[in-house]
Design a protein. Structure first.
Length: 563
């Protein structure tokens, strides 16, 4: 057994796992993956053959270390104090993790990530950052992600108004694929630097490419050491025996086939944002064709809830950290299937990025799905675009009919109950009867700390009442993460959308460098919320949409009291 993983309570699945491991060897799956053989997963190469470049990132990116180092060193000699990265999904989650871990006593830059179109978030970063002392990174593989490009348009104008047209380009950097729309924009507007990534690396597998490594370098990480640890893991994942990628991947895939498809992940508190990266990787890769593994990220104050059905645990444990030892022991002694992954220091996360990517590829083979595409993500984008187009045509977004259930709280029909308590009672009636149900809170709110705290309380109260897993995602960010699972799995999710009517009015320029446009960030985020609601309903999912007319804090407190 690989020295990196320790297993407990998997005996009842051992026969299934052994059968698939024999099949993996018989069909030479490991070698075929490394040979980029698309037939491992499907007979059609589309979105497979051009998505396997990540396998060689630990070695291919080594030659780019000097380029990244020179860029960081050059920036350190200038009057730059802050870095703001604009991205979504795979372009933002690994940078957010790198920025959250202190690897230097005094990092040279304050690193920030914006992956929200909520006007409150946009307004915050336009107020707290000095444009003349800030570098703005626009990060998108496709070069056309609506959230990222909208943020670019806004902040480019914002910085230009502060430093002038002559100097504005020097404050912007692009990370994108060759030939993308962003590459063209960056070239035409004299961006300081354009980093062109390997186009055969998909977004959620891009942590060990420019998308993750440039931010890591700016956050003080030793890129060389990070890639070295990733390289060690990639070598282990080439083995036919004692291959940690096969072990983890076969567990994820076989357990899902065996009815255990709730993957709970517990990390030391300071590394919690690695869980958000795993959440996207697993949810977006496996949630399709009526299948799916639901990742459940356990918070730093986690205690084992009463329900254990359909779930197993992965504990990432840092050497010398005993924070969760008692909880881990209790979970194992309760007979709950558990995996413990031991890490020596923070640079072992380089290996973890590779391990989880390879394991996901193996799980995709076992589940007979393509782990590299995201077929249902586009449906929400299309629906949102239709709503934005309607706004441009008629001056207002097309909203579903709503009704007031309490002062300052509305719900979208077809619910007809006249109180929050009765609305929740009606909505929860069906999932309580289904063993494989889960609740997903989709919050299109400003993710400030009081909101996060109340959402955690809302989540915990529902879990204890329903004895079902409850997840929380901020919109529109989750659309690029768990949104694929929500619409592509077996249909066991029940969705509670939260949004607000009154937000700061910040207009999005129609084009970079031009004046204000006709669409505001508040309109865009509402369109994205309603668009995803429409996409979920089209996929025959159950959705409860709650709209706050006034203070979101008071609204959340009322929701909690109504559970």
């Amino acid at each position: 057994m690989p020295e990196d993983l320790a297993l407990a309570n998997f005996a009842r699945f051992q026969s299934l796992i052994d059968n698939f491991n024999r099949k993996l060897k018989l069909n030479d799956i490991v070698k075929r993956i490394w040979d980029k053989d698309f037939t491992v997963w499907k007979t059609d190469p589309d979105e497979i053959s051009n998505r396997l470049g990540w396998l060689y990132s630990p070695e291919s990116m080594t030659k780019h270390i000097p380029e990244i180092s020179r860029f960081v060193e050059g920036l350190e000699s200038e009057n730059i104090s802050d870095v703001l990265l604009m991205g979504m999904g795979g372009s933002s989650l690994s940078p957010e993790f790198f920025g959250s871990v202190i690897v230097k006593e005094k990092p040279r830059f304050n690193f920030h990530v914006i992956d929200s179109t909520h006007p409150g978030v946009v307004k915050k970063y336009s107020e707290i950052l000095n444009p003349s002392e800030t570098l703005y990174i626009t990060s998108t593989k496709s070069g056309g992600t609506v959230e990222t490009i909208s943020l670019l348009k806004y902040f480019y104008n914002f910085v230009r108004n502060s430093v002038g047209q002559k100097y504005v380009g020097n404050h912007f950097v692009a990370i994108t694929d060759p030939g993308s729309g962003l590459e063209k924009i960056a070239g035409e507007n004299n961006f300081r630097k354009i980093f062109l990534n390997d186009p055969e690396i998909g977004g959620r597998f891009s942590a060990l490419s420019y998308f993750g490594l440039l931010p890591a370098g700016l956050c003080g990480w030793d890129i060389s050491l990070l890639l070295e640890r990733a390289g060690r893991m990639s070598e282990k994942c080439r083995r036919d025996e004692d291959n940690p990628g096969i072990l983890l991947g076969s567990l994820i895939g076989c357990l899902a086939l065996g009815g255990l498809n709730r993957l709970s992940i517990l990390l030391p508190g300071q590394f919690g944002l690695f869980g958000a990266w795993i959440e996207q990787l697993i949810a977006e890769s496996t949630g399709k064709e009526g299948k799916g593994v639901l990742p459940i990220i356990c918070g730093p104050d986690w205690i084992e809830p009463e329900y254990t059905d359909n779930r197993y645990f992965v504990f990432l444990k840092m050497e010398g950290d005993d924070t969760h030892d008692e909880a881990i022991k209790t979970t194992i002694e309760a007979g709950i299937p558990s995996i413990q992954i031991d890490l020596g220091d923070v640079y072992d996360f380089g290996g973890q990025f590779f391990l989880w990517g390879f394991a996901t590829a193996i799980a995709g083979y076992i589940l007979k799905i393509n782990p590299f595409d995201q077929p249902n993500v586009e449906s929400a984008k299309v629906a949102a675009r239709e709503i934005v187009d309607a706004f441009r045509a008629y001056g207002r977004p097309t909203e579903p009919e709503s009704m007031k259930v309490e002062r300052d709280i509305n719900i979208y029909k077809p619910f007809s109950e006249n109180s929050l308590e009765s609305v929740f009672e009606s909505f929860f009636e069906e999932p309580k009867k289904k063993k494989d149900s889960y609740i997903s809170i989709q919050a299109y709110l400003d993710p400030v700390q009081p909101v996060r705290r109340l959402l955690d309380e809302f989540k915990m109260k529902m879990e204890n009442k329903l004895l079902l897993p409850v997840t929380v995602g901020f919109g529109p960010r989750y659309l690029h993460s768990t949104g694929q699972l929500h619409k592509g799995d077996s249909g066991s999710g029940y969705f509670i959308q939260l949004m607000q009517n009154y937000m700061p009015e910040l207009l999005i320029p129609n084009e970079i460098g031009q004046g204000d446009g006709s669409i505001a960030f508040g309109t865009l985020i509402k369109a994205q919320c309603i668009g995803d609601r429409n996409a979920l309903l089209q996929a025959k999912r159950n959705v409860l949409s709650i709209v706050f007319d006034a203070d979101k804090i008071e609204g959340l407190e009322r929701l909690i009291s109504a559970i």
